[in-house]
Ligand binder design. Structure first.
Ligand code: ADP
Ligand code: ASP
Ligand code: MG
Length: 405
């Protein structure tokens, strides 16, 4: 009997009827003779609501308690889903992340899975149970519950699929697959039948939240194909897997965007060895991840250093950087939290000139000012004003003819 791992996101289990719909979908796979493990996210906006609730108690909740609090969202949805299956006459057990044997490191709110001991899951499957696992959580060596970061249930699902040696990991969500751009912003976006890990990873890390970026990373490491499809309609979705897509040569495959960008500029920084380390080490120690970094060419041994963080981290980052800037003799620390980024992605861009120029020209034609630019081999990203991001996505989608499939 094949083991099938499915994951249902928050918007697919937002209320009782939707939970019953998911239970029906799971039972269909079970009735085909599969052993089914289903990972669920918290219902609807539960995680946001819990974060807001904690914020009403204190502006600085302890990370340990915060993770324990957030993990309850997935406990609620997983238990209700098991109950829905019971009500339909199926045998099912709900397991929390720790009960499912998922271990993580101790980085609360962004923990990484360090290992999975799937004995309990296998025992339950062998007893004929459908196993429902609470996503986005695991147990640290100190027996604390840690969460994997926003969107992390995808990563739970792919990690379980790899550890249970499933043939594919099925991610069911509120769109019909991975599109050439977020279909909620670009109505002309086209669903992709397939996309490689490399391109999907760039899409996900550039803001396409349809998959948690670490789930794609794990998929690539374990060569686990991932299907993204709708939890509501039966439509062929998108498969993410390895291998080269010959058709996609010389093409931009997708546009990704992210509205959650804040910028910090440290001005008049003395240009001498050790300065970058002095600035970025304390940020790393505080667990703040820095995205784009740009250092101006230095004139008179004085330079400006600009970098981006998520909006959530901005205040903390400024608190850390302001004293460091003073210490190293920089002039001031400036910040801007109303930024976003737009990226064009495609392995077809490798070693082919012209893509960057076309991207910049398109943004210029739409009067969109580029503040920072970063690139990888298969991605070009421009940091722009947040209120221009939607226009930029649509303009680039058209310019690179992605609506033509
Ligand atoms: P879930 O609750 O199922 O985890 P998410 O909200 O995390 O769902 O992810 C699905 C959303 O991802 C879609 O509703 C869509 O707005 C967004 N999205 C962003 N980029 C893309 C893309 N390229 N293709 C499909 N969906 C995308
Ligand atoms: N419930 C968590 C979140 O909202 C995890 C997830 O949905 O994957 O981020
Ligand atoms: Mg998600």
């Amino acid at each position: 009997m094949a083991i099938v791992v499915q994951k249902y996101g928050g918007s697919s289990v937002a209320d009782a009827d939707m939970i019953r719909n998911v239970a029906r979908r799971i039972s269909e796979s079970f009735n085909k003779g599969n052993k089914v493990v289903a990972v669920v996210s918290a219902m609807g906006d539960t995680t946001d609501d819990l974060i807001e609730l904690a914020g009403r108690i204190t502006p600085n909740p302890e990370p340990r308690e915060m993770d324990l609090l957030l993990s309850t969202g997935e406990i609620v949805s997983s238990t209700l889903l098991a109950m829905a299956l019971h009500a339909m006459g199926y045998k099912a057990v709900a397991l929390s992340g720790p009960q499912a044997g998922i271990s993580t490191d101790s980085s609360f709110s962004r923990a990484r899975i360090t290992g999975i001991e799937p004995r309990r899951i296998i025992k339950e499957l062998d007893k004929g149970n459908i196993v429902i696992v609470a996503g986005f959580q695991g147990l640290t060596v100190d027996n604390d519950i840690a969460t994997l970061g926003r969107g992390g249930s995808d990563t739970t699902a792919v990690a379980l699929a790899a550890s249970l040696k499933a043939s594919i990991c099925e991610i069911y969500t509120d769109v019909e697959g991975v599109y050439t751009a977020d279909p909620r912003i670009e109505p002309e976006a086209v669903k992709l039948d397939e996309i490689g890990y490399e391109e999907m990873l760039e899409m996900a890390t550039s803001g396409a939240r349809v998959l948690h970026h670490r789930s794609v990373e794990l998929g690539q490491v374990y060569n686990m194909p991932i299907l993204v499809a709708s939890s509501m309609v039966k439509q062929r979705g998108t498969v993410i897997r390895g291998g080269k897509n010959m058709e996609a040569r010389n093409k931009v495959r997708g546009i990704a965007h992210d509205m959650d960008v804040a910028k910090i500029t440290v001005t008049n920084v003395p240009d001498r060895p050790g300065i970058a380390a002095a600035i970025f080490l304390p940020l790393a120690k505080a667990g703040i991840s820095v995205d784009t970094i740009v250092q101006n060419a230095s004139a008179n041994n004085i330079t400006d250093l600009t970098f981006t963080v998520t909006r959530n981290d901005l205040v903390k980052a400024m608190d850390i950087i302001a004293p460091v800037a003073k210490e190293i003799g920089a002039r001031e620390c400036l910040s801007d939290s109303k930024l976003g980024k737009v990226s064009i992605i495609g392995t077809g861009m490798q070693n082919t000139p012209g893509y960057a120029a076309k991207m910049f020209q398109t943004l210029f034609e739409h009067s969109i000012n580029i503040q920072l630019i970063t690139t990888s081999e298969i991605r070009i990203t421009c940091i722009i004003a947040e209120d221009k991001v939607k226009d930029a996505v649509r303009a680039l989608h058209k310019a690179f003819e992605l609506n033509k499939g």
